[in-house]
Design a protein around this ligand. Structure first.
Ligand SMILES: N[C@@H](CCC(=O)N[C@@H](CS)C(=O)NCC(=O)O)C(=O)O
Length: 203
């Protein structure tokens, strides 16, 4: 199977971490949807990465579908709990973390426009989502070791990918100082090879 993504994509990183945690072999195909020569739309009509291409050429997207497929593809280290209540809790954390990343992408895209074309109101609205999401994640994590339950799972992976992406797109936000418990969580996640090996390159 192959995973199409970029080294900096936070959603791609989520899929790559899950592949590594599940010890599933794959080819990493780097293709940036923004490049003129991109082939991503041939695999995903939405033109977004990550896309997982199975050996029978079935294409899976988006990252939430990919991680669910992967978690079921191998019994090694389950990352999405079977129990409905806990599973929904984990998916909710994932939605919050992915949503935070979506807002970071939107702010970064707006800030790449020429200064006179930037929409300050749009930036402020997206920044509000980031600030509220981080506060909620930090408050809900509190002093616990992991985001949900007693064990590391997909909720921690999703939050870790959102935090790692903040480092490259919003280095001035200083989320570690604002939320020491998130800093502690990310430090712990970086002790795991799948996290360390997928650190996004600095922009
Ligand atoms: N909800 C999607 C989001 C995927 C996404 O936005 N990927 C970005 C890269 S990080 C992308 O491909 N952007 C290109 C575009 O939107 O045209 C997922 O979880 O996979």
């Amino acid at each position: 199977m192959k995973l199409i993504a970029t080294p900096s994509s936070p959603y791609g990183r989520k899929a790559r971490i899950v592949l590594a945690e599940k010890r599933i072999d794959y080819d990493f195909v780097i293709d940036s949807p923004g490049d003129a020569a991109t082939r991503v739309p041939e695999f995903n009509p939405l033109g977004k990465v990550p896309v997982l291409v199975l050996d029978d050429d079935t294409t899976l997207f988006d990252s939430r579908v990919i991680v669910e497929y992967l978690d079921n593809a191998s019994p090694v280290g389950r990352l999405i709990p079977d129990d409905t209540r806990h599973r929904i809790q984990v998916r909710r954390w994932e939605a919050l973390a992915d949503g935070c990343t979506e807002a970071v992408v939107a702010v970064a895209a707006e800030k790449q426009r020429p200064a006179e074309k930037q929409n300050a109101e749009r930036i402020a609205r997206q920044q509000g989502k980031i600030d509220r999401a981080l506060k909620a994640i930090s408050e809900e994590l509190g002093g616990r070791a992991w985001c949900t339950g007693d064990l590391y799972n997909l909720s921690d992976i999703a939050v870790g990918c959102a935090l790692g992406y903040l480092d490259i797109r919003m280095p001035d936000l200083n989320w570690r100082k604002l939320y020491p418990n998130l800093a502690k969580l990310y430090e712990k996640l970086l002790l795991r090879a799948p996290f360390k090996d997928t650190l996004p390159p600095k922009a």
